[in-house]
Every structure is written in C-alpha cells, then in structure tokens.
Design a protein around this ligand. Sequence first.
Ligand code: NAD
Ligand code: UGA
Length: 478
Amino acid sequence: MKIKNICCIGAGYVGGPTMAVIADKCHDINIEVVDINKERIDLWNDKDLENLPIYEPGLAEIVKRCRGKNLYFSTLVEEKIENADMIFISVNTPTKKHGFGAGKASDLKWVEACSRQVAKYAKGYTIVVEKSTLPVRTAGVIKSILEASQEQKNNESKGNITFDVLSNPEFLSEGTAINDLLNPDRVLIGGDSKEAIQALGNIYEKWVPKNKILKTNIWSSELAKLTANAFLAQRISSINSISALCENTGADVREVSRAIGTDSRIGSKFLDSGPGFGGSCFKKDILNLVYLANYFGLPEVANFWEGVVTLNNWHQKRIANLITKKLFGTLSNKKIAILGFAFKANTNDTRESAAIKICKDLLDEGAILKIHDPKVSEEQISKDLNSLPIKINEENNTTDDKNIEGKWIFCPDIYEVFFEADAVLVLTEWKEYSSIDWEIVSKKMRKPSWVFDARSIVDPYKIMKCNLNLWRIGDGSK
Ligand code: NAD
Ligand code: UGA
C-alpha cells in the first residue's frame, strides 16, 4: 500500500521534528501536523523561523524547505484525520496526577481522546501509528475504541471503515533530534498486519537502511520503548551513585567512567555523572514500568526500577545540601549564579530539569539566584519555580524590592550573573559555559568564591589559577 496523506496528532517535541524529517525525505507524501494548542501551531507557522516552538539544531532549515510544500501545521484536527491514510498519535502521556495509579501510571486521556477522534472521522482503511510512549498493551485500548466505531459505522452503512494499529516508538533525544531521526540506531515497528507494517517500513526505507528497521509483535515494541529508557536512566543513576562514592574516597568519576567504558560489554556512552537526569520521559517511563510491574504482581521488579528514580531524587538533594555546607551552612542572602536551566544542552525544554529541584532547594535556604540560560525564557523559569523574578531597574541596575532573600533574577547577559556572586553553579552543559573567562569572573565575585560544576565542563586548572574554590561532581582527587 502506498501512503499519500499522513496526519500527525500532536505538534510537540516528537510530532514536529519527526514529521519535518519524513516530509523532507518523502516529497510524494502530504503531511498535516495538527494540534489543539493554537498558540503552538501559530509558532510552527511563524514566518520568522527563530520563533518555532521547539529549538532543535537543524530543525528550522528543514521546516524552511518543506513548510507549505508537503508539510503543514494546523488546528484542523477533524478535517485532516478524515483525509489521512496513515495517522500518527504523538500526544503527551504524562504521569497521572490523581485517581487510580496516580504518581506512577501514564495518563492516557489524550491518547484516548485522539483515538475517539480518529474513530469518529477516519474514512476507508486507515493505519493508526502509536508514536507516543505508551504502557504495554495500550494498542489493545486503541483497537477496541476503533473497532467499536468501525462496527457502528459499518452497520449504519457509512462506508467500509477498517483500521490497523501499529506501534512505532520514537527514540530521538532532544538537542540531537534531527540527527537521531536522520541516522537512527534502529526504527522499531510492532504490529499484526504485514501490509500495514510494510507501508510504514516503506516510508522509513527512503533513508534508513533496511537492516535497521526492526519488526516485532506489538507488545514487544511497546515494552521495548519503556525498557530502553529505563536502561538509559539506570546507567545515569548508577554513575551518579558512584560519583558520591568518588567524592568520599579520593577517586575521580571521570576516570572510573573511562575505565569501565572501555569494556566493550559496558560501552562508553551515558556514563557522564551530572546533576541527575531530567527530561519529560525518563522518570515518567520508569514510574510507568513500576506501575505495570506492580499491576502484574511483580513487586520485586517494581522495586528494582523504582530505585533508579529514588537515587536520582537523592542525588539532586545531595547537590543542594553540599552547596549549603560549603557556604558555611547558610545561604541566607548569598548570591548564587546559576548557569543553565534546560534539562540538557541544545534544547529549550525544562521538563523535570534537575535545575528546578536544585534551585527550589537553594531558594528555600534563602539564597538569591541569578539565573542564565541561552534558550530558556524568564517566563518558563517563573512557571517552573512557581514564583515571580525580582524586577531590576534597568537605568541603575538596582531593585526596589526590600526583601530579596529566597528570590531570583533572570540574567540574559551571561557576564551579569557573576556580579557580587558568592558561588557559581553549572547545571547545564551549554558549550558557551566551557569557554568562560574565569579571570574576569573572579574579579566580579565576592570572596571567598566558589564554583560548583555539576557537569564537569569547566577547566579545573583555570579555576584554581584564579583563586576560586572548586567542587566538581564526583571529584574526590583533591
Ligand atoms: P509535547 O507535550 O511536546 O507534545 C504533545 C502535543 O500533543 C501537545 O502540543 C498537545 O497540545 C498535543 N495534543 C494533546 N492532545 C491532543 C489532541 N487530542 N488533539 C491534538 N493535539 C493534542 O510531548 P512530546 O515531548 O512531543 O511527547 C509526545 C510523546 O512522545 C510522549 O508520549 C513522550 O513520552 C514521547 N517521546 C518524547 C520524546 C521527547 O524527546 N520529548 C522522545 C521520545 C518519545
Ligand atoms: C531520552 C532518550 O535518550 C531517548 O532515546 C528517548 O527517545 C527520550 O528520552 C524519550 O523517550 O523522551 P532525552 O530525555 O531527550 O532522551 O535526553 P538524554 O540525552 O537521554 O538525557 C536525559 C537526561 O540524562 C538529561 O538530563 C541529561 O543531562 C542526563 N544525562 C545523559 C546524564 O546526566 N549523563 C549522561 O551520560 C547522559
């Protein structure tokens, strides 16, 4: 079967970049990306490509090439479903906040809403592709919604409506999404219908080598996605646990990582100790796995995976605590320059960023935070910290605020953050932070001054040459 019209429901971090790459590689397919969020769609359609709602290196160039040719963004969900022969579900699947399974299970209300819309508006034969990360056996839920409507429509003689459901989880990482989509380690397609699997496989085969397109049963595909994220997050918690041990024993976590990473069975990737993993998915996907394991009566399996999240939470608290200890046990009215708020470099995404928890803990201790990030806005930080920034009078660089203890300031200019700071805390590994002129910085700071490098990106010799005290994650060598 030859696919001519794709509709992707959800214009987020996955839907937008994935569809842009498919459009760029398959000029014969018309792609409609739809979303209920009008503001987001308007930004996808903005003439100024700087305003795209998602920052990903290489994305703007592809959107420029394809938008208005075979790639369209709109809020016309119903109409675009009706015209599509393949529909990708790329909506959000966050952790449930209340009700049965709250705090662990995935909230499938958006996926269910999409399935009902597809059931209502699709015509003829439609292939429905799960792109969102879903609990194993969700395809069953989608199928029953589609089949119920299929029966009803066919009984009412509204045409011969048929569906196939495939699982095609996405493995892209933010910040490298375009490269990951163009050169994936593998593409996974799970399903029962050979015809549907082939139709989706044909699309990827336009640029992905055939041997990298793995075909499995639908449940293996769903579970493989959760498992991949759980294994990746587990590596980070493992190395972060070792970083704490390094700091107490005189070892250096970078040397330990290098030593174990050269073992080809372990491999060298994902062994960088940092401030704890963030991002919208690791925590939610592991908690989902924990929920599923408990649901299927496997508490030992559930406890094993929950430990990965528990360690991550502990590790983030550990960093805030040690900063307080090094600054004489109190942060009251001390200024701390925060370098980076995004959960990793090269993205404007702050979901579950370690910076949120660590900054909140520092503010609770009474610190005054001066926050810089090259891509995250003041409004986003304000939402994440659940508080408003101190307003600075631009003429004389002062504030009318009398009590600024436990408050924060947004600094768009990086060299502004260091002024009168007692400490600098590096939380995101933005490239520009590794080329800071510490000699200039040290002159702006209040003495004794500290640099806390939770990402290991500053040059320790340059820091120490400038008479700054240094703490580096996992470095017990001093
Ligand atoms: P997102 O929140 O950025 O985007 C989801 C979009 O879906 C939102 O814009 C929302 O308005 C829209 N939406 C929700 N319900 C809708 C409906 N009924 N009709 C139309 N639009 C609707 O989420 P995301 O980061 O793109 O993640 C989407 C899924 O992909 C999740 O399941 C996630 O786990 C998975 N995933 C994410 C990443 C990542 O790097 N962010 C990577 C791999 C997989
Ligand atoms: C992760 C996975 O890598 C993707 O394969 C997956 O598709 C995606 O989740 C998802 O399902 O959402 P992402 O969260 O975008 O991608 O970014 P990662 O590069 O995995 O980083 C996650 C977190 O781990 C970041 O906070 C990062 O700083 C941290 N990390 C990563 C480390 O602390 N150390 C490392 O060595 C690697």
